[in-house]
Design a protein around this ligand. Structure first.
Ligand code: BDR
Ligand code: CA
Length: 307
């Protein structure tokens, strides 16, 4: 059984990713740390607690940072809904998170089992960067970190060139990319190529007929409308579930090592993941980037874990 720690700004696709990890027979999720991102920190915490309860688990949920490390939070509620969970009327309040700070407990968990804990990040990297600044040895103690973030092979989803998780806290992403932590990026490009759910597949997933499959589709209400209205694409992609799928079974992903820089500051290219695909700089690789995943492999795993 592989031990996991999941860091999340829990909204509609994060929640599906949590269901997958919590229900996987190959994963033991030791803890969930929450970071502000898709919606406010308090709402993300409630969404994570609701999802853990739905899965019948007692996995502890810890509260992390309420904003990026050097800037204010700019959320993505227009994509995921005001409550982050599709605004379908779920009862997303009143649950109680663990009292310790997320960064303290995540650090302790990883440092007490060096080389054992697989870290998965599904939101802005504020908690992870802060933990690395406070405890640099953490980088060498993580078994591997799978990051949903970046748009290395295509345009972004929040600006022309940037993906939301990296753009929301680019300074944190820069700290993480520059650390020696072994890290693999499952970018928005990989998600659009391999985790796009069509209207036909939505019906197939609903036909599974469990509370998990219903939940996973119901909470995509806002993003479904957003994709139709703005991108003119029926359906939606599931970036965070794809990152969890790769973390659960790395053999489904082809990856390559590259040198990658994150653009910090507030220029037009804020949050861009700049990758040296042609090795023109001759800088050593600092990250692995997913280059291909068979869509059917992801869909199979998603359906199994919602069943
Ligand atoms: C990422 O940003 C959020 O909208 C999603 O939860 C995902 O983590 C995609 O860019
Ligand atoms: Ca997320």
């Amino acid at each position: 059984m592989q031990q996991f720690w999941i860091d999340t700004d829990t909204a509609s696709d994060d929640a599906v990713a949590l269901v997958m990890a919590l229900r996987s027979p190959v994963a033991q999720v030791e803890g969930i740390s929450v970071v502000a991102g898709n919606v406010s920190l308090d709402q993300c915490v409630q969404n994570a607690l609701y999802t853990v309860e739905l899965c019948g688990k007692d996995t502890p949920v810890y509260v992390g940072l309420e904003k990026p490390i050097m800037r204010k939070l700019e959320d993505a509620s227009e994509v995921h809904g005001d409550d982050g969970m599709g605004d379908i009327g779920l009862d997303l309040k009143g649950r109680t998170p663990a009292t310790e700070h997320a960064i303290d407990v995540m650090t302790e968990c990883i440092m007490s089992s060096p080389g054992k804990i697989r870290l998965v990040t599904l939101g802005p990297l504020s908690n992870i960067a802060n933990a690395l600044l406070r405890t640099p040895e953490l980088a060498g103690a993580v078994e591997h970190c799978y990051i949903m973030g970046g748009a290395p092979h295509m345009p972004g989803n929040i600006t022309e060139v940037a993906e939301f998780n990296i753009w929301a806290d680019p300074e944190a992403a820069h700290i993480v990319a520059e650390s020696s932590m072994p890290q693999t990026y499952v970018g928005w490009d990989a998600s659009m190529a391999s985790a796009f759910v069509t209207p036909e597949q939505i019906e197939e997933i609903r036909a599974i007929g469990t509370k998990f499959s219903d939940f996973a589709m119901d909470i995509q209400a806002t993003i479904l409308k957003f994709m139709q209205d703005f991108a003119k694409m029926p359906g939606f992609d599931l970036p965070d579930p794809l990152a969890v799928a790769v973390a659960l079974d790395p053999s489904i992903a082809e990856t390559k090592p590259y040198s990658m820089n994150v653009v910090t500051g507030d220029s037009l290219t804020r949050g861009m993941t700049v990758v040296d695909f042609m090795d023109v700089t001759k800088k050593p690789a600092n990250v692995n980037i997913v280059t291909h995943i068979e869509p059917a492999d992801f869909m199979k795993m998603l359906k199994e874990l919602l069943g």
